[in-house]
Design a protein around this ligand. Structure first.
Ligand code: ADP
Ligand code: MG
Length: 328
């Protein structure tokens, strides 16, 4: 099998362009030409993001290829979610050490499953030989002027987070053989591992938040680091109450008490959305939460100043050393 046969076999759909089951993909020309052609609606803006996953850095070298593909796509989808956009199209740049058909079969299956679930279309890419690296570039659409950006938070806004924090870090630690904890059942471990491998991009939440949020970001590097980006971009500070940070029962069992808050606040890979809401919209947002339409929790407030500050239940300021993962 050569490069072109590989692309055709694993990444092209029988119907040519469309790599999805949904009908109107907006793809005019997909895989097989020098460029893909897409056609967004004229009343929309296009958001674009790219993320690279390197074997040995972002996932273990010998990991399940189906999970690698899914995680790569989900991470990109999370950036689209954080903009309040609808995911539409993506490109896949794949660097492979060898042509392993079983690996490609599982990888392309994982990719297709997630692409279909979130209705986005693989419209092209690049295939090269080298150390295993996956780069996905994803495009989404949002009505003109409605994208959620980092710079919109204002003093007085409330700070919210979807879901709960810290699970993915515990999952990664399990993966690396780091836990010996009798309390943790097989089901607990499975939950934490799935939070690492299969983070749920908060697409529907992001779409809904267009009507509520003044700023948003997805949590890839830890809440303190990522909320810090909202603070810096908006020229404000954030104040959080540590007793309001949502954590799962599984995480509570997995790590000891002193470690729990540091894990929830500074560990990355959760891909939840952190967002700010102007006070005049808090009541209607809370009613969505009460109705179970949105799973989110208020953690604190935007105040004047800079940075992110945490207070414990006694009102004391807490310091957390790690300010998020950085490659350099
Ligand atoms: P070019 O040399 O013109 O850049 P390529 O030979 O790299 O084109 O790729 C041929 C076609 O296959 C292009 O349409 C490209 O987008 C697509 N393609 C290459 N690799 C992938 C991949 N991993 N996934 C999806 N499409 C791919
Ligand atoms: Mg070309």
């Amino acid at each position: 099998m050569n490069e072109f046969a590989l692309i055709k076999r694993y990444f092209e759909r029988p119907d040519g362009a469309a790599y999805t089951t949904s009908g109107d993909s907006g793809v005019v020309l997909g895989i097989g030409d020098d460029c893909a052609i897409i056609s967004p609606d004229s009343d929309e803006e296009t958001v674009i993001t790219t993320d690279t996953l390197v074997a040995g850095v972002h996932f273990p070298e010998r990991a399940d290829p189906q999970l690698i593909a899914q995680r790569a796509l989900r991470i990109n989808l999370s950036d689209i979610a954080a903009m309040g956009a609808q995911p539409r199209w993506f490109l896949l740049a794949l660097t492979l050490p060898e042509l392993d058909e079983a690996w490609l079969e599982a990888f392309s299956l994982g990719l297709r499953e997630v692409a279909d679930h979130y209705h986005c279309v693989l419209m092209g890419g690049d295939t090269t030989r080298g150390p295993l690296t996956i780069t996905i570039t994803m495009l989404g659409t949002v009505p003109r002027g409605k994208a959620l950006v980092r710079r919109g938070a204002q003093v007085g806004d409330a700070v919210y987070i979807t879901g709960c924090l810290g699970d993915a870090a515990a999952g990664l630690r399990i993966l690396q053989g780091g836990f010996v904890n009798d309390e943790l059942t097989a089901a607990d471990a499975e939950y934490l591992l799935s939070r690492y491998w299969q983070p749920a991009p908060r697409i529907s939440e992001g779409l809904m938040l267009r009507d509520f949020a003044s700023a948003a970001i997805d949590i890839s590097d830890g809440l303190l680091a990522d909320l810090g980006h909202i603070s810096a971009a908006s020229g404000v500070a954030a104040e959080l109450a540590t007793n309001l940070i949502p954590v799962s029962d599984e995480l509570t069992k997995a790590v000891d008490e002193q470690e729990l808050m540091a894990t929830a606040l500074t560990a990355g890979d959760d891909y939840e959305l952190c967002f700010t809401v102007p006070l005049n919209k808090v009541a209607s947002l809370e009613s969505q939460i009460d109705a179970g339409i949105l799973i989110a929790k208020r953690l604190g407030d935007i105040v004047s100043g800079s940075g992110v500050m945490c207070r414990n239940s006694k009102g004391q300021i807490c310091e957390f050393a790690d300010a998020g993962y950085q490659h350099f």
